[in-house]
Ligand binder design. Structure first.
Ligand SMILES: [Zn+2]
Length: 237
């Protein structure tokens, strides 16, 4: 592309790497690289990931929510970067394929339940991000020979909590997540969400499912915050 066209294109649709800000690059190789690392167990990082007062839900994350990965998640969630959908979905598919052996002994099909997105968030973003990730995870499990089904049975009462303190968000999430459908009796549930910070949302999801007699056995997320003194500093739920 000649320089004039490039300049014109940038003026209309400026594009930059969400990780490092490099211009004219959708996602530079260095910033995309962490999304292809092996998934890691992150539940110990999430202070609220204790279900029914005992063992933490095992949760796998692909990336740590810092540095370029944090930039990509923020751009994807709140920056309108729908062009990152395919790459992050592919990362989720690959991660699900890699953790599939740990789920292979569960009764099939596994119910892959996306964390509920607030309707206002879905409208603003133009897509339901946890649902997109749940579909991607199901594809990965299938590639590994583990049968699963996307089962979007959780909802969240509307009312934005952006800007609220972490403690306020936690109290709200406990009350706000509820089940709108049922899961086949005895089915194992894998929860899928975009990020984990305190783990309050995943814990609320597990409780809402338990109220309906379903058992969350694992979680899978794009990114998890390393435990910090103030989880609110990530600016993400
Ligand atoms: Zn970059």
């Amino acid at each position: 592309m000649c320089e004039a066209l490039r300049t014109a294109a940038r003026a209309v649709v400026p594009v930059a790497c969400p990780g490092c800000g490099l211009e004219d690059v959708r996602w530079c190789e260095a910033c995309a690289a962490p999304w292809w690392d092996p998934p890691w167990r992150c539940e110990e990082e999430a202070s609220r990931l204790v279900v029914a007062g005992e063992s933490a839900l095992p949760v796998w994350a692909i990336a740590a929510l810092d540095g370029p990965a944090h930039g990509a998640v923020v751009a994807w969630k709140d920056g309108g970067r729908r062009d990152l959908d395919a790459g992050l979905a592919a990362a989720m598919t690959r991660a699900a394929r890699e953790i599939a052996p740990a789920l292979a002994t569960l009764p099939a099909p596994i119910a892959v339940v996306p964390a509920p997105a607030r309707p206002a968030s879905t409208r603003r973003r133009g897509t339901d991000l946890p649902l997109l990730l749940a579909r991607a995870a199901t594809r990965g499990l299938a590639q590994a020979g583990v049968a699963s089904r996307v089962t979007p049975v959780l909802a969240i009462r509307s009312g934005e909590s952006r800007g609220a303190s972490a403690a306020a968000r936690w109290r709200e999430s406990r009350a706000a997540v509820y089940a709108v459908g049922t899961i086949a009796p005895g089915a194992a549930v894998v929860l899928v969400d975009d990020v984990v910070t305190t783990g309050a949302t995943l814990a609320a999801c597990a409780r809402a499912l338990a109220d309906r007699g379903s058992h969350a056995v694992a979680g899978l997320v794009l990114a998890a915050a390393r435990r910090v003194a103030d989880p609110a500093r990530t600016g993400l739920r």
